[in-house]
Design a binder for this molecule. Sequence first.
Ligand code: GLY
Length: 363
Amino acid sequence: MNKNKILVPLSNNSYEVTIKEGLINSVGEELNRIGINKDRKILIVSNEEISNLFGEKILYNFKKYNYHAEIFNIKAGESYKNLASLSDIYNTAFEVGLDRNSLMIALGGGIVGDVTGFAAATWLRGIEYIQIPTTLLSMVDSSVGGKTAVNHPKGKNLIGAFYQPKAVFIDPETLLTLPTKEFKAGMAEVIKYGIIKDRVLFEYLESEKNRDKILNLDNESLIQIINKSIQTKACIVSEDEKENGIRAILNYGHSFGHVIENLCGYGEYLHGEAISIGMKIAGDIAKEKNLWLKEDALRQNNLIESYGLPTKPPKIKKNEVIKILMGDKKVRNGKMRFILPRKIGEVDIFNDIEESQFLKYFD
Ligand code: GLY
């Protein structure tokens, strides 16, 4: 198995995820390798902090390979994942003359990736784009699978498209500059893969020795967990690209996570922190329904906490919780769908959860 390359096999537009230490210094070389012509205009979309860290390195390497690119920064933060930022990207695309043959590159975390992906999906009815995620969360989740979106005032990710990238380039070294709190939040998604489909990964994460290495950003360990996470994601996405069924299991912990993010204000809890609490609630519901053993629920919660992530729900009102869940895209035909674990490494989709079974976790 090549730990550095993972294919996302799709019926149309399959693509490769490359994971390589130091890749951020050789993006031009990677573009050349995948056959991107030198005459294509390139717009790199990022935010100020990330482009200050990596933009020059990329442009320097581009020169060597004769690629020409402009960098455009959107503002950082969930509140800028909106139509205004999208419109700013379109204006820049027009100014720099992006045509059907041009390429966008998303350089940053999940917000940059989602907005850029949607801009690429819609500019001139769709141009190619590449994801270069620089946060753990975007490496293991949002950069792979083609979900692109911006938020609407009425809800998260309500405007979007499934639009797959041409390639995903991951450099674990970019995590060295990521704030620790954000790194830990990314670990929530890694733990999620262990629970939904990969018991071996779960056990790898449980080992104290491995945990120390991961939290100390040991390169080999990072490549290992990123690779394993993406393999699971690629497998699920290739089976159900547009989330008509099995892909929903990737949303384990996310229904309650979205409620918490929404009601506490985006920013109070990072996405990964909110889904950590969401996984704890889902695990507790599963325990009470005798779907999995209480020992497994405990192992899940201990693992989440051992990576410095929260499991205690904040104080929020029951009627507010219902309102948000009903507005969530995961509601089908008026019924709420929840992903609940059966054992470590296996979850299922349930449509028959009574309100009383989850409202008790709220005020
Ligand atoms: N983040 C969940 C998915 O990509 O389906």
